[in-house]
Design a protein around this ligand. Sequence first.
Ligand SMILES: Nc1ncnc2c1ncn2[C@@H]1O[C@H](COP(=O)(O)OP(=O)(O)OP(=O)(O)O)[C@@H](O)[C@H]1O
Length: 305
Amino acid sequence: MTDAAAPPVVAVRGLTKSFDGRKVVDDVALTVAEGEIAGFLGPNGSGKTTCIRMICGLLTPDAGEGEVLGLDVRRDQRQIRRQVGYMTQRFSFYEDLTIEENLVFVAGLYGLPRQAVADTLADLGLTSRKRQLAASLSGGWKQRLALAACIMHKPRLLLLDEPTAGVDPKARRQFWDEIHARAAEGMTVLVSTHYMDEAERCHRINYIAYGRLVASGTTQEVIDNAGLVTLLVEAERPGVLATHLRKAPGVEQVEPFGTALHVTGTDRAALMAALAAENVEGRPAETSLEDVFIRLMDQSKDNMR
Ligand SMILES: Nc1ncnc2c1ncn2[C@@H]1O[C@H](COP(=O)(O)OP(=O)(O)OP(=O)(O)O)[C@@H](O)[C@H]1O
């Protein structure tokens, strides 16, 4: 990350948006420092895309305020749009154009010189494929083209909405290496994802459930703040044991990992009692980010009732 004293690139608060009378984003505050990779996580339909669109100036918030790149999130939407890069969830380029033709088209929209296309092709390792039709590209290369198109104008803020959905692990890794390289040069990134390993690659994460931001911090802070205890239990018949443990008081989650179970709750004594009642022993294990997210989601659901 770059200069910690620099003003945040995103500093919004109270962001709220309703569609058809239903509040889908409710009082969300978000701060993203310069050069930071901020993760945006949460169940389907929890409002991540809607937040991203308000931040990049595509949607006007019903309420809330703040700055994006020093510009007013309500008043300066046009300028914000020109200065950010936004990669949408769906591949949205011309399949019957080549990689190069797609980039030439985008360069035209931004008024960029032809050299910008050549530089971007080279930067992203696309030069040797520049004459390939977009339709014939694999998921990983399509997503690389999409990234090229949204960073060609050198935005200081990049918003990525589930950029690696359906992409194989190697291409995902290469994509993240690319993102980290950009962040090291000072680009700020806000990225939504459903993948736990990607959440762990972010400098900070923000978890949103049912429109409300319910946790923020580094991965470790979010795990520590959840106050969960996890015990690992080896079992001969993990399926049967899991069924029993799920009914025991104090046991919140039971997840099989091969022949072992991860048993999670907030009360260590209650977990130990539940295991003792089944004549099994547990040893301390690390609580995973996924365990924490599932708890946050369940808690948010309960609060909605
Ligand atoms: N333009 C719109 N008109 C009406 N409803 C909308 C509109 N955009 C989003 N919604 C609704 O708002 C809710 C939040 O959607 P949003 O796409 O922001 O969630 P998300 O967290 O990005 O979900 P996912 O992880 O599935 O992409 C959903 O119920 C969605 O159907």
